[in-house]
Design a protein around this ligand. Structure first.
Ligand SMILES: NC(=O)c1ccc[n+]([C@@H]2O[C@H](COP(=O)([O-])OP(=O)(O)OC[C@H]3O[C@@H](n4cnc5c(N)ncnc54)[C@H](O)[C@@H]3O)[C@@H](O)[C@H]2O)c1
Length: 326
């Protein structure tokens, strides 16, 4: 089986690639395990650190039709479409967000359609597709009403994936990801970057500034569970999706105050005191436009598993990243 990951050099793309290589196989459309023979990692920057012979690192812009036409052949039976311009950057640069998050998604679907082999396409959508007047707990079928350009681009791409699936051009699976926390490395341009920063930096002996109020609720998922969910979404029987290809992934709903309490529980008061508070209205506006809690019954019925507690999420970060708490 040949698998393509767009955004293969990104945070989730790299983790997904590593997990697929460890597993060595995924279920085919018939539910039977198939060996992964080739894993193509496409990104504008080269994915590094892969020496496995099954990996092919490709650099290119997904908005360029020729790039996708070259990389998606009739052997490419699975595509994880992760390449994106994240929320803060898509809000700051409207044209870039439209080009990569929306136009390139259509280019990808068209390249699949032109091949005519109906690959499974797993698309990473986001909480940001919801917004405006929302019920306290957002349901899987709550109307999409994004309040950011990023959310709008993701919502339109979701609709396209639904329709290209209905027409039989692809077998689309839309995974609506909560904010991923704890993300290792440096802060990024996502408005939700603080949701990792207020845990990661204090554990590393540094202060971190929280730009939203402590009462703000966020919907979070660990990188570990996010990757497991993307693969589970790929392996689900297509018939189980029915007429709705999107799944709100199970995660955990916590207030920012509760996140800091969990940090205190896991790493102690000295570490938790390294979180400082300074409201940033630009970030606050985006983050509070997203739902803080969503109903995940549908995904859970299909066997996807969420988090038990945010303290456990912090513990899995410390374990996975070999963090020495300072
Ligand atoms: N991390 C989160 O909290 C989160 C939450 C919800 C949804 N998502 C979605 O999950 C996916 C992966 O997120 P991530 O956290 O790994 O982000 P990331 O920014 O680390 O990865 C995205 C990758 O896409 C690549 N890319 C951008 N433009 C490209 C182009 N023109 N051609 C090819 N590659 C290009 C980037 O270089 C980057 O490596 C994205 O679709 C994102 O919208 C992430």
């Amino acid at each position: 089986m040949k698998i393509l990951i767009t955004g293969g050099a990104g945070f989730l793309g790299q983790r997904l690639a590593r997990e697929l290589l460890v597993r060595g196989e995924v279920k085919g459309v018939d539910g039977q395990p198939q060996t992964i023979t080739e894993l193509v990692l496409l990104d504008v920057v080269p994915a590094s650190g892969f020496t496995d012979k099954r990996v092919r690192v490709e650099t290119g812009d997904i908005a360029e039709r020729s790039v996708l036409e070259r990389l998606i052949d009739s052997e490419t039976s699975v595509i994880f479409h992760l390449a994106a311009i994240v929320s803060g950057q898509a809000e700051a640069d409207f044209d870039l967000g439209m080009r990569i998050n929306l136009d390139a998604s259509r280019v990808l679907l068209e390249a699949c359609r032109a091949r005519g082999h109906r690959p499974r396409v797993v698309f990473t959508s986001s909480v940001a597709v919801y917004g405006g007047d929302m019920p306290e707990v957002v349901q899987n079928d709550t109307a999409l009403n994004p309040q950011s350009s990023y959310g709008t681009q993701k919502a339109i791409a979701e609709l396209l994936l639904n329709d290209y699936t209905r027409r039989g051009f692809v077998d689309g699976r839309i995974m609506r990801l909560p904010t991923i926390s704890v993300r290792p490395g440096k802060p990024n341009a996502a408005a939700s970057s603080f949701a990792s920063g207020i845990i990661r930096e204090p554990l590393n002996g540094e202060t971190s500034v929280c730009p939203v109020a402590g009462s703000t609720r966020v919907w979070l998922l660990s990188p570990r569970r996010a990757i497991a969910s993307l693969i589970a979404g790929l392996e689900l029987d297509a018939a189980l999706f029915g007429m709705q290809r999107a799944l709100n992934l199970p995660g955990i709903s916590v207030s920012v105050d509760e996140m800091v309490d969990a940090l205190r529980e896991v790493a102690g008061d000295e570490v938790a005191k390294r979180v400082e508070w300074k409201m940033d209205p630009r970030i606050d506006k985006l983050v509070t436009s997203w739902p803080g809690a969503w109903d995940t019954t549908r995904a859970e019925r299909l066997g996807l598993v969420g988090e038990r507690s945010f303290a456990d999420v912090i513990r899995s970060y410390i374990e996975d990243e070999h963090i020495q708490v300072r």
